[in-house]
Design a protein around this ligand. Sequence first.
Ligand SMILES: Nc1nc2c(ncn2[C@@H]2O[C@H](COP(=O)(O)OP(=O)(O)OP(=O)(O)O)[C@@H](O)[C@H]2O)c(=O)[nH]1
Ligand SMILES: *[C@@H]1O[C@H](CO)[C@@H](O)[C@H](O)[C@H]1NC(C)=O
Length: 321
Amino acid sequence: MDQPVLVYALTALAISIPCFYIALILLSPPPIITRPSEKKYRSHSAPNAPRALPSLSDAGSVDLSVIIPAYNETARMPSMLATTIAHLTTPALKNSRTHELLVVDDGSADGTSDLALKLAKEHPESEIRVITLEKNLGKGGAVRHGMLHARGHRLLMVDADGASRFEDLELLWKAMDGVAPKNEPAVVVGSRAHLVKTEAVVKRSVIRNILMYGLHTILRIVGVGHIRDTQCGFKLFTRRAAQQIFPAQHLATWIFDVELLLLAKQLGIPVEEVPVEWHEVAGSKLNVVKDSLQMLRDLLVLRANQMTGRWKVDVGSIPKM
Ligand SMILES: Nc1nc2c(ncn2[C@@H]2O[C@H](COP(=O)(O)OP(=O)(O)OP(=O)(O)O)[C@@H](O)[C@H]2O)c(=O)[nH]1
Ligand SMILES: *[C@@H]1O[C@H](CO)[C@@H](O)[C@H](O)[C@H]1NC(C)=O
């Protein structure tokens, strides 16, 4: 190589590496902060006196925690909660599986928390804890917050819109009994992949489907191509899996599902997929084009932060919360 060429190449490198690093810092989301009021919950037994939330690093004390992220969900949440409670209090489950429901109000402006509290009073047969985030974080931030303060030996995240059939929890539960009979670290995720090419998906708009295929291609490159449906809002974690995964989560936006699955892979935690029912519920707040671009940016930011070691996966140690 000519000497001038070498000088040019080195100069280009010397300029582009710091530029890349600065861009990465600027594009990375700020650390998720938790305000003092957000470490408390309200429930039907103490509607006006918020109590301190427990920590995920404590030992579990109920069989199941259901974490429900809720943003402006006054319209869709009542029927979803009713179905959820009806299932968890059927005679077969009532006496064999203790549970709690955590509604994480993601900074809603429509009174989601107050409605959740009212529903909690109407359903004393279930322990419903209402946690109110002061500012909207995004679904991933709300799920993470609920997980970090839940008591379950197993923890389920589920959307407030009732898009999944809650009874399908039993399919995830049985699969979990198989992969983690002693509640070893493990994740079981609902999958809608079997619904592709069925009416439920064809009915979705063309642009939504194109973007879905684009996302799948990128996911294969990123390293979670083995999971057929990363975005399903119905995912079950054992406590030990949650203890390792959620403290390491950085993304609060839509792509957090991918981050969770990547973290599981990096931590050596098995992930099993189970086909579940799904029906689109009117009222989705997803802005397809804007949110897809944001997903792409966040995926790049995630991988770049991991590769540069800015975001480390702490295998073995659970950070104090
Ligand atoms: N849109 C939105 N949803 C949030 C947010 N924070 C929490 N969520 C909850 O995340 C869940 C999914 O949100 P939806 O708007 O139903 O998303 P969707 O477009 O229906 O997504 P799919 O069900 O996968 O089609 C719901 O339980 C929301 O209440 C947020 O900041 N924005
Ligand atoms: C949430 O509800 C409030 C009050 O109704 C509204 O001003 C706001 O735009 C809603 N947010 C979204 C994203 O729909």
